[in-house]
Design a protein around this ligand. Structure first.
Ligand SMILES: Cc1cc2nc3c(=O)[nH]c(=O)nc-3n(C[C@H](O)[C@H](O)[C@H](O)COP(=O)(O)OP(=O)(O)OC[C@H]3O[C@@H](n4cnc5c(N)ncnc54)[C@H](O)[C@@H]3O)c2cc1C
Ligand code: SF4
Length: 550
């Protein structure tokens, strides 16, 4: 017989949305339990290796859908452990975007100005700092110089990286061995633990049901080595549930819960956005780089190694201009993707045979030292829809780690395709100018479009028809269930989303505290940053009465 435990607040997932809620609620005095599907690794466990069973395959999740593949974290700390830590704020126009029917997409109550102090809170907590040109890697410098050569601008991006500790090892996606990347393992999560929160790794939540005073959360225990195998199951009652399993998993849990929980808002599992992502690989002509830009990699072994550099260091934001039409606003970021995914999807410029495999591809791979990868984030049209949920989890697991087949369907609209075509043309304009490089986008023929930034599958908004959550991130029709992960972000951001997801989660916390208090939990709001800093807390004071009703 399964015994039922109980807690005040049950949090599903330990990425940005989960960790932020866990810290504040635990610090405020609530009993907090976090269930996380993936394992719990720390710095010394992060391998510089791609072998099956290394940290790379244990903490990474790759779900192939129909027309869209999702990449994300699968571990305590979620995406923060595998991410590149580029942390820009979303441009102002993003919050004012209207849908094709002229309806405002974001809630009326949330603008860039409103979010600003919440951005500040997260920036203080992680912390985030502005990189300068001294932090820029050769590849980033090459991209910046190419932008200047093409009459465009480029800038170092703000990042959650301790630049004094970073060794430029380029193993960002396997977890940072040097604790230089400011993942949630270094701030919100240890602070939540210090305040008594319990984090249970390898616990995959399947569904919620209703109880007298709240909700029952049903989970299965995942085997540490073969994630297809379940080693047990259980259930926990909670007065408040915070769903933060990521935009690829949160709607699936809710869909599976619907028969027992009651009808879900129409927007659960719809309006998914891949943040309009696209990648281009350029093969740089090293002689032209020297002649045109005065840049030379040098012949030493350093530049024959994969592992030199770090995630995105430089971005071009010239087209993040409110006066441009929707879908024509995008950022371009120099990026490094390790061998594997990128090597397979890169296409041969001017191929006469197949573009992503075959003899010509073999030749392209031989030139990998000269590759420069550019990441594009455009505005898409929230085209993604989730089909019926798989029997367990958010995907049918195909391999023992990392790979699954998920229910998402995504057919890019003409607008999205146009946005990609425009940004591809911009990348070519920068990098092919005067024969500097040859450029091709990654193919969408193998795994469809792809995203490391899943968003909007359970989104906030003012219209109950097109949004699953109200502007306090509470699930419509199911009081006491909140969603604080990327699925709440209503549309593409044109920049990397983790900071916006986090700022929204920070903003949602006072309302969650109020809901918990209304259900008899002795909890208060007002903890400082996890490291004890207080400027961020002061900054949000003015907004608290509106969020807590006090
Ligand atoms: C390679 C890569 C690079 C990236 N680089 C950047 C970057 O530079 N800047 C940026 O802003 N963003 C970046 N991102 C994106 C960023 O990581 C995500 O946007 C962010 O982590 C999303 O936060 P979240 O709270 O929505 O969910 P996540 O951080 O994805 O956390 C969700 C957690 O829930 C867990 N989970 C899922 N299902 C269940 C379940 N059923 N039960 C229990 N737990 C569950 C998952 O294992 C995961 O740990 C990158 C992502 C990847 C993959
Ligand atoms: S490049 Fe820097 S931040 Fe990234 S994993 Fe290596 S040491 Fe950590």
């Amino acid at each position: 017989m399964t015994t039922t435990e109980s807690t005040d607040v049950l949090i599903v997932g330990s990425g940005f949305g989960g960790a932020i809620a866990a810290y504040h609620l635990a610090a405020g005095g609530a009993k907090v339990t976090v269930l996380e599907r993936g394992p719990w690794l720390k710095a010394a466990d992060f391998d510089h290796d791609f072998l099956l069973g290394s940290s790379y395959t244990r903490i990474f999740d790759f779900v192939v859908g129909d027309g869209m593949s999702l990449l994300g974290g699968n571990c305590v700390g979620g995406g923060s452990v595998v991410y590149f830590a580029a942390m820009p704020r979303a441009p102002r126009f993003v919050f004012d975007r209207v849908s094709a029917t002229g309806q405002r997409i974001w809630p009326e109550s949330i603008s860039r100005d409103v979010l600003e102090p919440w951005y500040d809170r997260v920036a203080e907590a992680l912390p985030i700092t502005q990189q300068d040109w001294n932090d820029v890697t050769f590849a980033g410098g090459l991209f910046a110089a190419a932008c200047a050569h093409a009459g465009r601008t480029a800038n170092p991006v703000p990042a959650a990286v301790d630049r004094t500790k970073c060794t430029n090892c380029n193993w960002m996606m396997s977890g940072c061995r040097f604790d230089a990347k400011r993942s949630l393992l270094l701030n919100y999560l240890p602070a939540a633990l210090a305040h008594g929160a319990e984090i249970r790794p390898l616990h995959e939540v399947q569904k919620l049901t209703r109880t007298e005073g709240g909700y029952r959360v049903h989970y299965k225990v995942v085997d540490d080595v073969d994630y297809r195998v379940y080693a047990g199951e259980g259930e926990i009652d909670a007065k408040i549930v915070v769903l933060a399993a990521g935009a690829g998993a949160t709607p699936v849990i809710l869909q599976r819960s619907e028969p027992e929980l009651g009808p879900m808002p129409r927007a659960v599992g719809r309006y998914f956005s891949g943040n309009g992502e696209r990648l281009n690989t350029a093969v740089v002509d090293e002689d032209r780089a020297r002649e045109l830009l005065g840049l030379k990699r040098g012949d030493g072994p350093a530049f024959r190694a994969n592992q030199i550099g770090k995630g995105p260091v430089v971005a071009s934001w010239d087209t993040l201009d409110a006066s441009r039409p929707t879908h024509s606003r995008y950022s371009l970021e120099q990026l490094y993707f390790p061998p594997g995914f990128g090597t397979i999807l890169a296409q041969v410029p001017d191929a006469t045979g197949p573009s992503w495999f075959g003899k010509e591809k073999k030749e392209l791979v031989r030139q990998w030292q000269s590759w420069l990868t550019v990441f594009t984030m455009v505005e898409d049209d929230n085209e993604g829809v989730f089909g019926p949920p798989p029997p367990t989890g958010n995907a049918v697991r195909i391999s023992q780690q990392m790979l699954g087949r998920g229910p998402i369907r995504y057919e890019p609209s003409a607008n999205t395709l146009r946005g990609w075509a425009e940004s591809d043309a911009a990348v070519r304009d920068i990098l092919e100018r005067d024969g500097l490089a040859r450029v091709m986008p990654w193919t969408n023929d193998v795994v469809g479009a792809y995203t490391v930034h899943p968003l909007a599958s359970c989104r906030i908004g003012d219209d109950p028809q097109t949004s699953a959550l109200d502007d306090g991130q509470e699930l419509r029709g199911h009081p006491g269930i909140f969603v604080t992960d990327g699925s709440a972000v209503p549309a593409a951001l044109t920049v990397n989303p983790a900071l916006t997801i986090s700022a929204l989660a920070e903003r949602a916390v006072p309302g969650i505290v109020k809901a918990a208090r209304d259900r008899g939990v002795n909890v208060s709001y007002g903890a400082p940053a996890p490291g004890g800093e207080t400027a961020g807390r002061r900054g949000v004071q003015a907004q608290l009465p509106g969020l807590t009703g006090l």
